[in-house]
Design a protein around this ligand. Structure first.
Ligand code: UDP
Length: 469
């Protein structure tokens, strides 16, 4: 076998759509604009049609330097059913290290100039990179604000006694808004849970990376990026390379045809990401609130759960029929005004459609970036992960979202849903948010265009690769 002389990048995404999508987009950008070869290493625990469709975009015509390899599934059968996503993903990576080592040994004999890029929960793979003397980078699919928190987590863990959730507020260098402790990353809410220890472990290892790519852009989170830059003595160089988003293949979608028939800017898109679920009561309230508002809506429904959260994270598909949990007569009463789509919709195409005028979102960072790219203002309804921090950023700092008020019991009432939906779609507040979003749309497209700040960040990192591997 003849060794290849160009730079080769071995990319190791964590399972879950929110991790796969931006890393596939990053891989495609590296191949398209910097003519590297890429191996995309999949650690998928439970494949779904949606995940396969993301991976299928790696085979696009013209991207022959991209190959995708599956590692054998890691066995997590010993984990209790209550084990959180962060624990599951981190253990999947750790238990895949031996097969990763074998694969990387093969790859480096073919591609001696290999760089490894792992993501947010994949830092244990740095050990394999070190054994093989490969440069090791991290890809952070969330924003610079969350990366600021991760950079300070080891110190905060030592300084704060007791639970973060009991702190009325925490001021983080790099972030002008204070965060109530209960709105910090979900796995930080319970120190006794294994997910907390895993997150702390990952945060400590971030420092060992040769550099960190973050899916944001200059001008969006200037203060957080500035803090990270100034912190170079104790934290790796940070490269803002976003927004990195992906248009998924979707040839025949009923909801897009339905949107074609709606007036411009009239439809509220409602979706809680690839895995977010509501409780039964909240699901019913949302249905009643949408109906009461009289606004047009396209709602991606997923079977409600006893508790809210990331129930469907690995698979995206609903358990059972989510329509069965809607209020009686809802579908008939909202016919013509609303449409529900079980489990999954072609989100980037929906947000780019002329009929879409607002987005009620769980504030996942990919969804947020996709709304920036299309200039769509938001209703912020965070559920888990870093989404509550994102909601604060969107409402208080960037000012592109309205957030409905939650009652003490954690439920958002029908009247409040009606208020925010009408406020966004037909109120003055909605107009102001829409105008701000249009500016952001332009800034996002300038950042990634040739000569833009995110374009330059990728060039800078790749120049370092070329000179070091
Ligand atoms: N997505 C989609 N259709 C859906 C739900 C989600 O295409 O019905 C895509 C969405 O466009 C985004 C990703 O899945 O790119 C979700 O990532 P995000 O960070 O917003 O949230 P997560 O799913 O990780 O909570």
């Amino acid at each position: 076998m003849e060794a290849q002389t160009g730079t080769h990048v071995a990319i190791l995404p964590s399972p879950g759509m929110g991790h796969l999508i931006p890393l596939v987009a990053f891989s495609k950008r590296l191949v398209a604009t910097h003519s590297f070869s890429i191996t995309f290493i999949n650690l998928i625990t439970d494949s779904s049609a949606a995940q396969s469709s993301v991976l299928s975009t790696l085979n696009d015509v013209g991207l022959s330097s991209l190959q995708s390899v599956d590692l054998p599934p890691a066995d997590l059968s010993d984990l209790p059913i209550s084990a959180k996503i962060e624990t599951r993903i981190s253990l999947t990576v750790r238990r895949s290290l031996s097969s990763l080592r074998t694969l990387l040994c093969d790859l480096t004999s073919k591609f001696p100039n290999t760089v490894m890029v792992a993501d947010i929960f994949g830092t244990d793979a740095f050990d394999v990179a070190d054994e093989l003397s490969l440069p090791k980078y991290l890809f952070f699919p969330a924003n610079a604000t969350a990366l600021c928190l991760m950079s300070q987590l080891p110190a905060l863990d030592a300084q704060v006694s007791g639970e973060f959730r009991d702190l009325p507020e925490l001021r983080l260098p790099g972030c002008s808004s204070p965060f109530p402790g209960k709105d910090l990353l979900a796995p930080l809410q319970d120190r006794k849970d294994a997910a907390y220890s895993w997150l702390l472990h990952q945060a400590k290892r971030y420092r060992q990376a040769d550099g960190i790519f973050v899916n944001t852009f200059e001008g969006l989170e200037s203060q957080a990026l500035q803090f990270l830059k100034e912190n170079r003595a104790s934290f790796p160089e940070v490269f803002p390379v976003g927004p990195l988003t992906l248009e998924l293949p979707e040839n025949d979608s009923e909801c897009l045809r339905w949107l074609d028939e709606q007036p411009p800017g009239s439809v509220l898109f409602v979706s809680f990401g690839s895995g977010g679920t509501l409780s039964c009561g909240q699901y019913q309230n949302l249905a009643h609130g949408l109906e009461k508002s009289g606004q047009r809506f396209l709602w991606v429904i997923r079977t409600p759960e006893v508790t809210e959260g990331p129930a469907a994270f690995f698979t995206v598909e609903s358990k059972g029929d989510p329509k069965a949990y809607l209020p009686q007569g809802f579908l008939e009463r909202t016919k013509g005004v609303g449409m529900v789509v079980p489990s999954w919709a072609p989100q980037t195409r929906v947000l780019a459609h002329a009929a879409t005028g607002g987005f009620l979102t769980h504030c996942g960072w990919n969804s947020t970036l996709e709304s920036f790219q299309n200039g769509i203002p938001l209703i912020a309804w965070p559920l888990y992960a870093e989404q509550k921090m994102n909601a604060i950023l969107l409402v208080d700092e960037i000012k592109v979202a309205i957030r409905p008020k939650m009652q003490e019991d954690g439920i958002i009432k029908v009247e409040e849903i009606d208020r925010v939906v009408r406020g966004l779609m037909e109120g003055e507040e909605g107009k102001a948010l829409r105008a701000k979003m249009r500016d952001l749309r332009d800034a996002a497209s300038t950042a990634v265009a040739e000569g833009g700040s995110s374009y330059h960040s990728v060039v800078n990192a790749t120049q370092i690769w070329r000179s070091t591997v």
